[in-house]
Design a protein around this ligand. Structure first.
Ligand code: SAM
Length: 238
């Protein structure tokens, strides 16, 4: 997979050298290039923003540098504009994006990017507008980092133990069950007996029940009768 990220703050993307994307790069599964949008400016001050037509507070990112940047790096790609007015980012979206060969992230700043850039991008690639959540960040870099990390760990061959992905929160529509490691007793808190029993069927049943209870308590919106059996939820939740 190839990922290009365009930003006026390329240093913000330095964590991509570390952690999961860094490992995927080292394994040769991923090629990530971070670009400075200012490289596509033509004036002495490397201007990337201007006042909004129609008035109002703040500045808007100019179309010319974005157009030149996307023409150079994004032809034929899936072009992700990070924006609070986009589609909410979920595990399902991450899984879908992990199947794309070439993602380009356009990180907005100020009041956002001139709409014509998004319209133009749709003529050279496939546009996705994605929101990290219902809040406003200062820029799209944090969203691009989060989306990249969630996507990259789903790229086939990346995770040493692919099974660990299957059981994770949101993969099967549920939150993950609580997890424990050694020692079996710590500060008066004991690991549930069932996990020490060696009985794999009982352990699997306990984990499923815990996942259902936790999801119903914390995220009832996820436990719709269509996604998991309504009877199973009723039995699991006291
Ligand atoms: N005026 C814009 C609005 O009300 O929708 C917000 C602009 S925000 C200050 C600057 C940039 O941060 C956006 O263009 C976008 O790239 C990024 N951003 C802010 N919040 C975001 C979110 N929840 N998800 C993804 N990107 C976000």
């Amino acid at each position: 997979m190839r990922i290009d990220i365009v930003s006026i703050f390329p240093d913000y993307l330095a964590p991509l050298e570390l952690s999961l994307p860094g490992k995927a790069r080292a394994k040769g599964l991923l090629d990530i290039v971070v670009h400075d949008l200012r490289d596509w400016t033509t004036d002495r001050h490397h201007t990337t923003d201007d006042t909004p037509y129609g008035g109002g507070a703040g500045m808007v990112m100019k179309p010319e540098p974005w157009g030149a940047a996307l023409d150079e790096v994004a032809a034929g790609a899936t072009i992700v504009f990070t924006t609070p007015s986009g589609q909410p980012f979920t595990q399902a979206v991450a899984r879908e994006l992990s199947g794309h060969d070439h993602l380009v992230f356009a990180c907005g700043r100020y009041e956002g990017i001139d709409q014509r850039v998004i319209d133009h991008a749709a003529t050279i690639g496939t546009v996705r507008e994605i929101s990290l959540g219902d809040y406003v960040l200062n820029g799209g870099e944090v969203a691009a980092l989060a989306i990249t990390e969630a996507v990259v760990r789903l790229v086939p061959g990346f995770m040493g133990n692919a099974e660990s992905l299957v059981e994770e929160s949101h993969e099967d529509g549920l939150l993950e069950y609580p997890v424990f490691t050694k020692p079996a007793s710590w500060r008066g808190h004991d690991v549930p007996d069932v996990l020490l029993s060696g009985d794999h069927a009982r352990i699997a049943a306990w984990r499923r029940e815990q996942a259902l209870q936790r999801t119903a308590a914390r995220r009832p919106d996820l436990v719709a009768p269509t996604s998991v059996g309504a009877d199973e939820v009723r039995l699991a939740v006291p």
